[in-house]
Design a binder for this molecule. Structure first.
Ligand code: SAT
Ligand code: MN
Length: 604
């Protein structure tokens, strides 16, 4: 089909950035859409798109009394999560992608992508989405433009980013932005009727060019594969940029913790996908008169500030959270955040037109329509919601959103926390005795795989800094970069580093630590450590609490000591595994990490 898009259209007058006009023309020539829509970011645009998708049957409008202005979307069952094997880092040199990324030659990849994208938007509308990651006007923020043929992606970007006219204004001023091209990969011929969730799983490619700062994503409509501001820009591309510019782009939540005297401290915490970042970022404390407020639940951009401390912003504007397991009991603030104006993907539909997922209520509803659109009963052997079902909700709807969320300077970090999902022998909390040991701790994260990524779940794998799927360059160089950041700062300005594990289990497979709100007891210790008000005991693997505030919590004394035991044999094995793992980075591995292993081995 000939490209029949009218490039004299009125919206072209709104674009003065030469870079954007040039790229737009290239994309239109390549993708050959039927129509082009420049997104303004207004609520009316969001509502109009939702209505159009509802008319097509792609979105299901939920009961407006129970879940106002909210929709349920069911994806193709072959397109339900990130796909790491189809995610590529196309740096000029293979060694710059490193052993943990899929590298592909940039020139050959470009040829491949040109083939995929040629004519891919036939019969479809091309949406141009100008967006800003981070508060508008912050020097810490970055602008991008996503071009997509997915209205679902547009609606989610409305919630997840600051998008539309204000972002376009910044792009015009700077004549610069990060180009992000996305297609579901299903062109339509004139007589074709569209499917409800178009995608092309056989040809999925999520491609990053870290040097030229470009993102190309083909074949998937889901989450991080399609909302390109998130993992693609804010982590993979940004991490590579951050290395060049001397800052950090991390897979971290940011929270503010206030003590009963009203003093507040900010902390950032890295956990792999679907390990409870959203829960921790907005938890309701069980320690009386302490309060957690949420700056972000997934990504932190961290830069040294003028006073020599590290400052963090959340580049996102919404939550793309895992629904299953979220309940009024486990995370009341998340449940309140999604009370309306939200998009639900792959959850179940109740007879009253509301949403449901496993763990949302103790009692299962008598009847549901499951995430595949089929009848479901409590006796059904299948899950009603997909384990990676998600809610998309504006952060401003969170009852405990932090006042500083929009602060263009970010918030100062007092502590950095690492953690993973480990069922045994990793202590509940320990403190690094130096920045260098903290970097070792981040590098040493292993975690059981979750349904946030396609493939087997529950398998233990190394996931350094919870960045394994998200680091846009050689992970060995990434470790060095973390060490450099520490060296470039005054010791007393550096945040302390911690390692936590909420997931220890007993022989019967029950969690030993209750987790959720009770994790505030650990946050309290971390807070007081930063004021030298809490004591710690030395162990070979770091400092553990001399005492924790356990008032009101019943936990068997035997279990408590189990949460902090350091078994010599276990750790010798752990260190052996790490040494072997670290060797995969060859001469990109900083020797400091091996020194940390040796130090622990000696002390064990
Ligand atoms: O990458 S997604 O945003 O789809 C989910 C995740 O891994 O956190
Ligand atoms: Mn994540």
């Amino acid at each position: 089909m000939e490209n029949n898009v009218d490039t004299t259209s009125v919206f072209y007058q709104k674009i003065t950035s030469k870079k954007l006009l040039k790229w737009l023309k290239e994309c239109i020539d390549l993708c050959q859409p039927d129509k082009v829509h420049l997104c303004d970011g207004y609520q009316s645009e969001y509502e109009q798109l939702c209505l159009e998708e509802a008319a097509k049957g792609s979105f299901i409008k939920l009961n407006k009394k129970l879940r106002p202005n909210s929709y349920l979307v069911r994806s193709n069952p072959a397109d339900v999560a990130r796909v790491e094997e189809c995610t590529f880092i196309c740096s000029e040199k293979e060694s710059d992608a490193g052993p943990t990324n899929n590298w592909f030659d940039p020139e050959r990849m470009r040829i491949k992508l040109q083939g995929f994208f040629r004519g891919c938007m036939n019969g479809r509308t091309m949406y141009i989405i100008p967006f800003c990651m981070g508060p508008l006007g912050s020097s810490l923020s970055t602008v991008g433009v996503e071009i997509s043929d997915s209205a679902y992606a547009v609606c989610n970007m409305h919630i997840m980013t600051r998008m539309g006219n204000a972002a376009l204004e910044l792009i015009n001023q700077a004549d610069n932005f990060i180009p992000c091209l996305h297609s579901v990969g299903v062109p339509l011929k004139s007589n074709d009727t569209d499917v409800k969730w178009p995608c092309c799983p056989e040809k999925r490619h999520i491609v990053h060019f870290p040097e030229s700062q470009e993102i190309w994503s083909y074949g998937s409509g889901y989450g991080g594969n399609a909302l390109l501001g998130k993992k693609c820009l804010a982590l993979r591309i940004a991490s590579a940029t951050a290395r060049r510019e001397g800052w950090l782009a991390e897979h971290m939540l940011i929270l503010g913790l206030t003590n009963p005297e009203g003093n507040k401290k900010y902390m950032a915490a890295a956990f792999p996908s679907a390990c409870g970042k959203t829960n921790l970022s907005m938890l309701q404390t069980t320690v009386p008169n302490w309060k957690v407020e949420c700056v972000g639940d997934d990504i932190a951009w961290i830069k040294p500030g003028p006073d020599g401390r590290l400052y963090a912003i959340n580049p996102e504007a919404g939550f793309f959270g895992v629904a299953p397991g979220t309940s009024i009991k486990s995370n009341p603030n998340a449940m309140l955040s999604i009370r309306g104006n939200s998009i639900f993907t792959n959850v179940a539909l109740t007879d009253k037109g509301d949403v449901w997922w496993e763990g949302m209520t103790e009692e299962k509803p008598n009847h549901l329509i499951d995430w595949k659109g089929k009848d479901w009963y409590p006796s059904s052997s299948t899950l009603a919601a997909h384990p990676n079902a998600r809610f998309t909700a504006p952060i401003e709807q969170c009852p405990c959103v932090d006042n500083e969320f929009e602060n263009i300077a970010g918030v100062p970090l007092e502590a950095i926390i690492f953690g993973g999902r480990r069922n045994s022998d990793i202590p509940l909390v320990r403190e690094a005795n130096s920045w260098q040991q903290g970097v070792f701790m981040g590098a040493s994260i292993s975690s059981e795989t979750t349904s946030a990524s396609s493939g087997e779940t529950g398998k233990l794998r190394h996931d350094p800094f919870a960045m394994l799927p998200f680091c846009g360059y050689n992970m060995g160089d990434y470790f060095s970069h973390w060490l450099e950041i520490g060296k470039g700062m005054k010791k007393d300005k550096l945040p302390k580093i911690y390692f936590v594990n909420w997931f220890n289990k007993d022989e019967k497979g029950n969690f030993i630590w209750p987790g959720f709100g009770e994790n505030s007891r650990i946050l309290k210790w971390i807070f007081e450590r930063s004021e030298d008000k809490a004591e710690a005991l030395k162990t070979a693997i770091g400092l553990i609490p001399k005492e924790l505030d356990l008032e009101g919590l019943t936990i068997k004394p035997g279990n408590l000591s189990r949460l902090f035991q350091v078994k010599k044999k276990v750790w010798q094995q752990e260190l052996k595994n790490l040494r072997t793992y670290f060797q995969t980075f060859g001469d990109h591995l900083p020797t400091e990490l091996l020194k940390e292993i040796e130090k622990i081995e000696k002390q064990l």
